[in-house]
Design a protein around this ligand. Structure first.
Ligand SMILES: CC(C)(COP(=O)(O)OP(=O)(O)OC[C@H]1O[C@@H](n2cnc3c(N)ncnc32)[C@H](O)[C@@H]1OP(=O)(O)O)[C@@H](O)C(=O)NCCC(=O)NCCS
Length: 502
């Protein structure tokens, strides 16, 4: 791929240099945090997490016991019929989502990730390895600690032969998300958690083995995903060897045959920002739910992937591009004018379809993950027709959705932008986009279940009702309220009569 001239004041001369010497591996000294990540910035992940588990476990236990009966919310009938929106019922240590502000990873905004996490010497995007450290520990890793993660993941990246064969034997017209889910499920043959559990693992040690499986799984994910990619779109050709000089994203890009260092940067951004979105979303909640039955991390995360594969969740990034491509074809232009885009949006809505990439069940503003990608595009592909069209759509869609009077959030979400960026770098296989989302999501959901095991959170079992039961419950409650409002017997009734007359 030809290197593109950058209009940004930021200097990427070293990235350019790395086209000939693709060794994007040195970790930059500046903005690396350092001492925060573990006692001295040198401790390894397991040591740091073990120390934290001890103190956090005690702190959480004390709080949960002391405040056991404190109410933090109420549930309405509409929430039961409305997808449980807003019911405060889940624990998520790794990230929190403010409807107005967007995502914070362990308290850090996306901007903070840029400002505080270690990066490669020539890079500007946060390293997913550092994001993982942050999610696991709540601390900013030193460059040394981020490199430890890279090294461990590189060491564990090799796939067992039976997994390679399984992937190679799958029909190439099977959706790549199904292939990913199947391959990940199969990895549980060697789950350390399950092996230890069968031998009689103590509850308090569950998290340790969960973390071991987490490291193995994340290490192998790029290899699995890239193999699926090569089989489906490159006739099975390409490299599947890890280059230990490269980082996790660099290797992933390389195994999919993308050598452009700017694409490697895009992948670092992509894999960082899709990692976690509190635990109420379908993929995170599913992973947690399944893991709560003590299913091992492989099959728990595979269940989450199946949820991510739905068009209202992760598959939306594929749907956006399918929708855009249809629009282009129908309007006969790569970058159609505003009025034509407006008509096309109206036509989509009239056909009873949603506008993919817009709206959110929780967010109520522009998704900061959208903005991060928009900023990337402004620097690297400001004149790309796909980017210009995304900007037109951004201008046209929100007022139309707002005018419907029912859409709670008319603004773009993360999926409205990601496909266009991938398209620019030559990744035209839209079906594959959700796989990239899935690889990133592993960082958050697997960190989360490790912490749930550290806190020994029991199996999830909320109460459900039939509509009849619910009606009966509501009826009884209303009768109770009436009785209470009429308290005081005859006097109370007289009082009510008096009020009426007045
Ligand atoms: C994300 C999404 C599923 C959230 O759903 P939700 O929480 O039910 O959203 P709302 O409460 O705002 O929905 C209220 C109504 O607006 C509609 N609506 C929401 N987003 C819409 C969109 N992008 N286009 C058209 N209609 C939309 C809903 O379908 C619903 O209509 P209904 O009452 O006739 O069933 C929804 O916004 C959507 O389908 N977006 C498009 C798919 C997408 O981008 N998904 C990725 C999310 S990260």
């Amino acid at each position: 791929m030809i290197f593109r001239r950058l209009s940004s004041p930021r200097s990427f001369s070293c990235l350019r240099h790395n086209i000939r010497r693709p060794l994007l591996r040195n970790y930059s000294d500046d903005k690396c945090g350092g001492k925060d990540g573990g006692s001295d910035g040198k401790a390894d992940l397991r040591t740091v997490v073990a120390e934290q588990v001890k103190s956090e476990r005690a702190r959480v236990k004390k709080f949960a016991v002391e405040k056991a009966n404190t109410k933090i919310g109420e549930v309405t009938v509409s929430q039961i019929y409305g997808g449980m929106r807003g019911i405060p019922a889940l624990l998520c240590e790794t990230s929190s989502l403010d409807p107005e502000e967007g995502i914070r990873f362990r308290g850090l905004t996306i901007q903070d990730l840029y400002d505080k996490l270690p990066k490669l010497e020539c890079g500007e995007e946060p390293l997913p390895e550092a994001v993982f450290w942050l999610l696991m520990t709540g601390k900013i890793p030193s460059k040394e600690q981020a490199k430890m993660i890279t090294d461990e993941w590189n060491d564990k990246a090799e796939l067992p032969d039976y997994v390679k064969k399984l992937i190679d034997d799958m029909p190439t017209d099977l959706h790549p998300m199904s292939q990913l889910s199947i391959a990940v499920t199969s990895l549980n043959k060697d789950s350390q958690f399950m092996k230890a559990y069968k031998k009689g693992l103590k509850k308090l040690d569950f998290w340790k083995y969960s973390l071991e499986d987490t490291m193995t799984l994340i290490a192998k994910l790029p290899n699995i995903a890239a193999r699926i990619y090569r089989n489906m779109y490159r006739g099975g050709k390409g490299c599947d060897e890890i280059d230990k000089k490269l980082d996790w994203s660099g290797n992933f890009a390389r195994m999919m045959d993308y050598e452009d260092p700017i694409f490697h940067e895009l992948l670092r951004l992509y894999l960082s920002i899709h990692c976690d979105h509190d635990s109420g979303n379908v993929s995170s909640h599913t992973t947690h739910l399944v893991a709560s039955a003590l299913s091992d991390p492989f099959i728990s995360y595979a269940a989450g992937l199946n949820g991510l594969a739905g068009p209202l969740h992760g598959l939306a990034n594929q749907e956006v591009l399918v929708w855009i491509e249809k629009m282009r074809k129908e309007l006969g232009s790569e970058n159609p004018p505003e009025d034509q885009v407006r008509d096309y949006v109206q036509k989509t809505l009239k056909a009873g379809q949603v506008i993919p990439g817009f709206g959110h069940a929780e967010l109520r503003k522009i998704d900061p993950r959208y903005t991060a990608q928009q900023d990337f595009a402004k620097v690297y592909l400001p004149n790309y027709e796909g980017f210009l069209l995304v900007n037109t759509i951004f201008k046209v869609v929100p007022p139309i959705l707002e005018s419907l009077g029912k859409v709670k959030n008319p603004w773009p979400n993360v999926d409205a932008h990601s496909g266009t960026l991938l398209m620019y770098f030559g990744m035209k296989e839209m079906q594959f986009y959700t796989v990239l989302f899935g690889v990133s999501r592993a960082l958050g959901v697997l960190s989360s279940i490790t912490w749930h095991r550290a806190f020994v959170i029991p199996i999830e079992r909320p109460k459900s009702y039939t509509t009849e039961d619910l009606m009966e419950l509501v009826k009884k409650q209303e009768e109770e309220e009436q009785k209470n409002s009429g308290k005081g017997g005859k006097d109370g009734d007289k009082k009510a009569d008096k009020t009426k007359k007045c």
